[in-house]
Ligand binder design. Sequence first.
Ligand SMILES: Nc1ncnc2c1ncn2[C@@H]1O[C@H](COP(=O)(O)OP(=O)(O)OP(=O)(O)O)[C@@H](O)[C@H]1O
Ligand SMILES: [Mg+2]
Length: 258
Amino acid sequence: MQVWAVANQKGGVGKTTTVVTLAGLLAEVGYRVLLVDLDPHGSLTSYFRLDPDELDESVYDLFERVELSTPLVRGLIQHSSHESIDIMPASTALATLERKAVGKEGLGLQVSKALKLVRDEYDYVLIDSPPVLGVLMVNALAACTHLLVPVQTEFLALKGLERMVRTIEMINRARKNKLGYTILPTFYDRRTQASVTSLRELYRLYPDAVSSAVVPVDTKFRNASLKGLVPSSLDAGSRGVHAYARLLRGLLERCKQE
Ligand SMILES: Nc1ncnc2c1ncn2[C@@H]1O[C@H](COP(=O)(O)OP(=O)(O)OP(=O)(O)O)[C@@H](O)[C@H]1O
Ligand SMILES: [Mg+2]
């Protein structure tokens, strides 16, 4: 089982869209996919028409128990509207976690421990992470075998990325196996100077980490989210879906070697 987390300390860069689109593409080729929503806003959860305000069971429960069991973890997973995609949803209670976690030891590995208990049931797990460096993002980084960092192609985003890369380096100092990561340029618009220049800058600053796939601005993503569909089932031929398919080919190749 591979676990890919999608994280960036900056909001609105395409994290949730990346999770949903990759999930759709992986499911289409027959993989069993589990999504984990670690964002208290629950955008991924809402995407699949579950209500983060109404859920009795959610990923939050992982942080309430000291001991996790396979039945407990399975009980937190729901089928999504899409065949082959399951989801461990977020509830708004997650927002209280950062405060509660202060001073509590060991909460950083809850997601990792939970995923180990269902590792034979899925081929890929994709984790959506909140744009805040706290206990939830730490859980995402600790649980994953590869990290994806979407970055909007604009100048302010590059500053945010610097912070994220420093966080990864810090995490890597504590890990036996170094966490590999891929920077994914998003919202690319080749007609704007800011996009073109910042993409060039990304390749210059992080030549080994930036994906050759670049996600363009594509309004189809919004249309797909309004319908609650994975983008590839709404329009498999769209430019945005093409970019994610290219990203996926690169990731599958790379993760074979890691
Ligand atoms: N490549 C794209 N082109 C056009 N719109 C996009 C693209 N990627 C995402 N969007 C839209 O931009 C908005 C923000 O994207 P998304 O929710 O994926 O970002 P996020 O990083 O998860 O945000 P947050 O930090 O708030 O969780 C959504 O409405 C989404 O449909
Ligand atoms: Mg999001």
